[in-house]
Design a protein around this ligand. Sequence first.
Ligand SMILES: Nc1nc2c(ncn2[C@@H]2O[C@H](COP(=O)(O)OP(=O)(O)OP(=O)(O)O)[C@@H](O)[C@H]2O)c(=O)[nH]1
Length: 300
Amino acid sequence: MSKWSLRGSLRTLFHGARPIDEESWENLEENLILGDFGADASESIVAAVRASVERLNVADERELRGILRDELAERLAANDPTLMLKRPQDPETGRLLPAVVLVVGVNGVGKTTTIGKLARFLTRMRRTIVIGAADTFRAAAVEQVATWGERAGAEVVRPQQAGQDPASVAYQAVQRGIDTDADVVIIDTAGRLQTKAGLMDELTKIRRVVEKLAPVAEVLLVLDATTGQNGLSQAQAFIDHAGVTGIVLTKIDGSAKGGFVVGVQQTTGISVKLLGFGEGIDDLAAFNANTFAQELVGRD
Ligand SMILES: Nc1nc2c(ncn2[C@@H]2O[C@H](COP(=O)(O)OP(=O)(O)OP(=O)(O)O)[C@@H](O)[C@H]2O)c(=O)[nH]1
């Protein structure tokens, strides 16, 4: 069981005996919007809950909690949240290669912290991890990821000189992973290039160079849940161009905005796979639709 919990406004709804009427629906929609589900998802959730209420012939507001929870769980379960970390086989030698994970995202969303947490999550499962510090523009960034890596019990491959081509660091990290028979190589990519062209070029190059050695298993986009809908539009360039296979939502502890998860999955069609809920190394959980729906609405 995870240690995190949400404090969203949906948890306060529908506790008392009261007939379901127009006010119930207005109240629900308002609280969905406040919870950062986004206008479209809010509207369609209200419509779906209304349809269930009519079908089930329910009249008491207290019944709405369970119906809402089921509706959210169903939506959240529409995408597969499994991290794909199966090691691929080298087609020539038959040797197992490491599963390569690229971590992408804009500045300050919690990328480095997430890499540390993910490494820890995996070393606890007795996987051996190599981290590539391919964010080579800022020496402090390399040091930060190295500190997290060491805490997590992962080996860290650093640039040999300042400003080294990130793709070459990524390549060296994957090579190191192959040489040491590591299970997973996690590559920290810089989120500093905000223009689409720069972003594209760098990520495409990293991917192309890495794939000379091993296929990329996951491209994880890190998003800060507290930035809500705004964060989503910032992230669109990555979603459009980086071949994102999963989303990590960070800082869900710091916001009442858990509804962002529903909106994000619905808008992008990409699964949320991991949740970051604090600044500590163990504050990461695998995403689970039922648990999350329960956290959004609260338990009875
Ligand atoms: N409350 C909370 N804080 C978090 C979480 N994840 C990261 N942070 C904090 O967010 C801040 C930024 O995290 P970083 O990991 O440095 O973010 P980054 O994306 O690597 O940032 P840059 O290297 O500047 O691009 C730090 O103060 C972290 O402690 C989380 O899940 N919850």
